[in-house]
Ligand binder design. Structure first.
Ligand code: MN
Length: 248
């Protein structure tokens, strides 16, 4: 099996490098990753300029584009003619929990893999120290997916506590949690008096919710959330039924 490894922190990031080391002990790994940090790039696609791809070393390519660009280039065989079987995105520096996954370039890369019909994992560390633990967890999950397959149209969003392997409480299947918003916009002035703005704020904070991704990670468990790309609110279709209108 050949794994495409990408991330949104850049091809040089410690999380990706550590994961590459661990995964390549068991599988073929090709890295196609952004040439700079692309965190919070979400599912952006580059359509208005050509993409440049540079080989960094054997089986490592950097792209002047987004994580989604990287998955498309890599999975469609555009770079070296090979089409990998599996997408792994990460290990991200910092968690991707609850509503924050909508901003995440890490999760979007796995979404793109899913859209292309391949099993895909996004892996994030709840901190920035024990990438070794997250890499080991990822290898276990890749093996589980290889043995059992993945439910259709589903990707796994994995968040790992920032502790040693021995200190992990275990693995929990979770649902996407809810964030309590604390964003603020900080307004300042530049030397010529023009205002500028920083998106800032404390936190993130999470609603207490048993079974949610955040609760699992806080209790020392690896959180595994199966996600799908159907954003439809099926219950709302029922409650809004009488909004429908038709001439026939
Ligand atoms: Mn990132």
């Amino acid at each position: 099996m050949r794994i495409l490894l990408t991330n949104d922190d850049g091809h040089f990031a410690e999380g990706l490098q550590t994961l590459r080391g661990v995964l390549s002990e068991r599988w073929e790994v090709v890295v196609v990753a952004p040439d700079r940090e692309q965190s919070a790039s979400s599912h952006a696609l580059t359509l208005h300029h050509p993409l440049r791809v540079d080989q960094v070393e054997n089986d490592v390519w950097r792209v002047d584009g987004t994580p989604t660009d990287c998955v498309l280039l890599g999975m469609l065989g555009a770079i070296d003619g090979e089409r990998p079987d599996f997408v792994v995105s990460g290990v991200n520096a910092g968690s991707n929990l609850g509503d924050d996954i909508t901003y995440s370039g890490t999760v979007a890369a796995a979404m793109e893999g899913t859209l292309l019909g391949h099993p895909s994992l996004a892996v994030s560390l709840f901190g920035n120290t024990r990438y070794d633990t997250a890499a080991q967890v990822t290898a276990e999950l890749v093996a589980l997916v290889q043995d059992n397959g993945m439910p259709p149209d589903t990707l796994l969003n994995v968040n790992v506590p920032d502790v040693g392997w021995e200190e992990l409480s275990g693995i929990k299947l979770t649902h996407q949690g809810k964030r309590t918003y604390s964003e603020q916009i900080v307004k300042k002035r530049d030397p010529s008096g023009r205002p500028y703005y920083w998106v800032a704020g404390e936190g993130p904070y999470w609603e207490t919710d048993e079974g949610a991704d955040f609760s699992a990670v806080e209790a020392g468990y690896v959180s595994v959330t199966p996600l799908h790309l159907d954003l439809t609110n099926h219950r709302a279709i029922e409650t809004m039924k009488d909004w429908e209108f038709g001439k026939r």
